[in-house]
Design a protein around this ligand. Structure first.
Ligand SMILES: Nc1ncnc2c1ncn2[C@@H]1O[C@H](COP(=O)(O)OP(=O)(O)OP(=O)(O)O)[C@@H](O)[C@H]1O
Ligand SMILES: [Mg+2]
Length: 361
């Protein structure tokens, strides 16, 4: 039999706490060697799913497969899925070495093997020489790397990280982020990383799983999640998006012509899903895809009045209101000193507009 490239396979996973149905029919397949991010707002079930994979929670329904093995009935230490927690990181009374060796001690591995594996893990996270330090003698970033080494030393097929960087300041966070991604790629690790920070998810992941109240709304590459959100929820959660209601008037060969706005203008856009004529849809346009004073030939246009704007360094962000009172956000880059004012046309090219179905969620 060929070795499957699927390392983690979740089938119809459900978890209920009392009357709170926290995970609803989670189906997810994760490939070997990928950096996967679980993204979603507080309370959507990210930690619960991670703990269910690691075996700290028993699921109420469904199956968890790791490396071709059904692990529903296995305790955490038999699953080979070490988890780095957000809230608790290291044992304060143990040296760095002992912290990292902890999991191997529990498995009662021989002394020599422990020594060798801990040293290898410490080298991987660039902490060699700090074996005898205590956690309080290390920086936040170093402590985080110890936590990583503690997971790495187990030679596990998969590592679960629950918001591991949330206690670090912005600069350190970015440094450790880069380090984490580098280690993951160098060693070909499979990592599941939980965060509610969209930028972190976009910048680190091979694939992002977007959670919406215990369900998966979308599973895709950062590019797909950003430019081709499947639902309004995803579009709204990742970055800033402008929405415009529209109606399909023609659909042919993957191209949808839709009608929008007061004057009933139309624009023809590539559509990934089949759309019915007469169907209500939502057009999504990112602020950076809109131009103020677009050329005559611009495919999509709206008239609006500028209400305010702010200078954000690399861009000027404008807040407009259109003819029906809806707000639009437009980002103008590389603007020099020009600042727009009053009534303007804003527009975008058709290939910068993304269609989603209205029944999405
Ligand atoms: N042990 C528990 N007992 C009862 N309810 C729980 C338990 N753990 C989590 N919950 C509930 O399950 C839901 C999901 O919680 P979870 O911790 O998975 O969210 P999260 O997405 O990790 O959020 P955050 O970003 O704040 O960490 C919440 O409504 C929470 O109150
Ligand atoms: Mg959590």
């Amino acid at each position: 039999m060929m070795e499957s490239n699927i390392l983690l396979d979740l089938k119809d996973v459900n978890k209920v706490f009392g009357t709170n149905h926290v995970l609803k029919n989670i189906n997810l397949q994760i490939e070997r060697g990928k950096f996967i991010t679980f993204l979603g707002p507080s309370g959507c079930g990210k930690t619960t799913l991670l703990r269910s994979i690691a075996g700290f929670y028993t699921i109420d329904q469904g199956e968890v497969w790791i490396d071709g093995k059904l692990v529903n009935d296995l305790p955490p230490y038999k699953r080979g899925t070490p988890m780095v927690f957000q809230e608790y990181a290291l044992f304060p009374h143990m040296t760095v070495f002992d912290n990292i060796a902890y999991g191997l001690d529990i498995l009662k591995r021989p002394e020599g093997e422990i020594q060798q594996r801990v040293e290898a893990a410490m080298a991987q996270v660039k902490l060699t020489g700090l074996e005898e330090r205590y956690p309080h003698e290390m920086s936040g970033g170093q402590q985080q790397r110890v936590a990583m080494a503690r997971a790495l030393v187990m030679n596990s097929p998969i590592i679960l990280l629950d918001e591991p960087l949330s206690n670090l300041d912005a600069k350190l966070r970015e440094e450790v982020r880069v380090e984490l991604r580098t280690i993951q790629q160098e060693l070909g690790l499979t990592v599941i990383y939980v965060t509610h920070d969209q930028l972190e998810a976009l910048s680190m992941s091979d694939q992002i799983v977007v959670f919406n109240r215990g369900k998966i709304d979308q599973y895709g590459t950062p590019h797909e999640i950003y430019y081709e959100p499947r639902t309004q929820y995803v579009a709204d959660f990742i970055g800033t998006t402008n929405f415009e209601d529209a109606k399909v008037v023609k659909y042919e060969g993957g191209l949808a012509t839709v009608q929008y706005g007061q004057a009933g203008d139309t624009v023809t856009i590539e559509a990934r899903e089949h759309l019915a004529v007469g169907e209500e849809v939502i057009l999504c346009v990112r602020p950076e895809s809109l131009r103020i004073e677009p050329s005559e030939t611009s495919d999509f246009h709206i008239t609006g009045i500028i209400k305010s704007s702010m200078f954000l360094g690399e861009k000027q962000r404008y807040f407009l209101v259109d003819e029906v009172g809806k707000e639009w956000i437009v980002d103008a880059y590389d603007i020099g000193k020009k600042v727009y004012d009053g009534i303007v046309q804003i527009g975008a090219a058709a290939d910068k507009i993304h269609i989603i179905k209205k029944n999405g969620s």
